[in-house]
Design a protein around this ligand. Structure first.
Ligand code: NAP
Length: 366
């Protein structure tokens, strides 16, 4: 496995998402972690020392990474020659992340990012590989805009919308585009990083506000469902989304209650919808990418599913689980959708993006 793997770095390797990258890349057939970077607080320590007392993953720290010396993510120069491309799981000011990701790209090191800083950059693709794999076409335009020869930036969307984007897209692809929808999310505490929301606020409680989350949930789907234009990704006009985002006392797994209204009065039956969800496949399944779930959407029939504890790890934590599919008295249909926020919604989703980019040849000449 070792020799032929592409060397990769992780920015923010010590954080909640960064640790998932480290754990999930340990056995990856294509990528090997050779570089880890975080804040100046962690720089200079071995990775094991830097995450001592805050390693959140059930498995041990992978041997190949435990003794790597953590670098300061702000010093781009250090990474040159150490890895071919970077995963970015940084949590710092948006402007600082944007500037830093651009510096890595300018240095010829492509960045596959989880951060929100570049999601609304016009020429940066916001990828969910089952939905918009063609958005990678904007990368050549992005490189031309900046004069970058090898480097580029590709991002993944917010974790809050991961559970319902595949279902909404599957409906659109089957000829039933959604016009309007109301989404109420119940989001896990791991979504806030570590240490995140104080336990005193979370235990025995629901917090009906997550800063910036409703705006992201309402807007990002329009870029994801958009198309590649001459100079930028052109947003879709629909669906119009109204979101309520809540933080709940769950460790991992974001749940969304979704009510949708179809466009043009064209409404599938509940049986049609179930079949559309169950049959849905995308390019990652066609290409058999290593992290692709076999079934991107799993439909459950039990009246009390999906549940975070029982369903978040479906198919490596990469499948979305949908249940409670039924008619809606105000809109057309409603359902509950669940996805793992630090797996599909963050690190594994980022790894799937990188697998797509590799399969399309974007890492060939680094
Ligand atoms: P986190 O646990 O707070 O980790 C933040 C990481 O950024 C740590 O490695 C930290 O290093 C590093 N960092 C902080 N300040 C820095 C600085 N000044 N210079 C360089 N590095 C710095 O956050 P997280 O939850 O993993 O989130 C990481 C990113 O993924 C965020 O942009 C977040 O919005 C996004 N995201 C998170 C989730 C989720 O479910 N958690 C889902 C989707 C997207 P130290 O350890 O040295 O402080």
């Amino acid at each position: 496995m070792g020799e032929s793997r592409i060397s990769v770095g992780v920015l923010g390797a010590t954080g909640m998402v960064g640790q998932r990258y480290i754990a999930n890349l340990a056995q990856h057939p294509w990528f090997e972690v050779t570089y880890v970077a975080a804040s100046p607080r962690s720089a200079g320590k071995t990775y094991a020392d830097a995450v001592a007392n805050r390693w959140h993953i059930g498995a041990n720290i992978p041997e190949g990474v435990a003794n790597l010396i953590v670098q300061d993510a702000n010093i781009v120069e250090n990474a040159k020659g150490k890895c071919k491309f970077m995963f970015s799981a940084l949590e710092m000011g948006k402007d600082a992340i944007k500037a830093l990701e651009e510096s890595y790209a300018a240095a010829g090191i492509p960045v596959v990012s989880n951060a929100s800083a570049n999601r609304w950059t016009d020429d940066v693709p916001m990828l969910i590989p089952e939905i918009n794999p063609d958005h990678t076409d904007i990368i050549a335009i992005q490189q031309k805009h900046h004069g970058w020869e090898k480097g580029f930036i590709a991002v993944k969307p917010n974790c809050s919308l991961q559970s319902y984007m595949a279902p909404i897209y599957a409906l659109k692809a089957a000829g039933y585009p959604v016009k309007r929808m109301i989404v109420t999310t119940m989001q896990a505490v791991s979504g806030a990083g570590y240490p995140g929301v104080p336990s005193f606020d979370m235990i025995d409680n629901v917090v009906p506000y997550i800063g910036g989350e409703e705006e992201k949930t309402e807007k990002e789907c329009l870029k994801i469902l958009g198309s590649v234009g001459k100079d930028s990704i052109e947003n879709s006009a629909f669906p119009i989304v109204s979101a309520h985002c809540n933080r709940v006392a769950v460790i991992d797994g974001h749940t969304a209650c979704v009510s949708v209204e179809f466009a043009d009065g064209k409404k599938p039956t509940i049986d049609d919808v179930e079949k559309i969800f169950t049959d849905f496949r995308g390019l990652p399944q066609e290409l058999n990418l290593p992290s692709a779930p076999v079934h991107p959407i799993i439909v459950r029939h039990e009246e009390n599913r999906p549940q975070p504890r029982r369903d978040r790890d479906a198919d490596k934590g990469m499948a979305v689980t949908v249940g409670r599919l039924r008619e809606d008295a105000v809109f057309d249909i409603k359902f509950v959708a669940l996805s793992h926020n630090t797996k599909r919604g963050a690190a594994l989703g980022g790894i799937l993006n990188a697998e797509l980019l590799k399969a399309k040849g974007f890492f060939d000449n680094l």
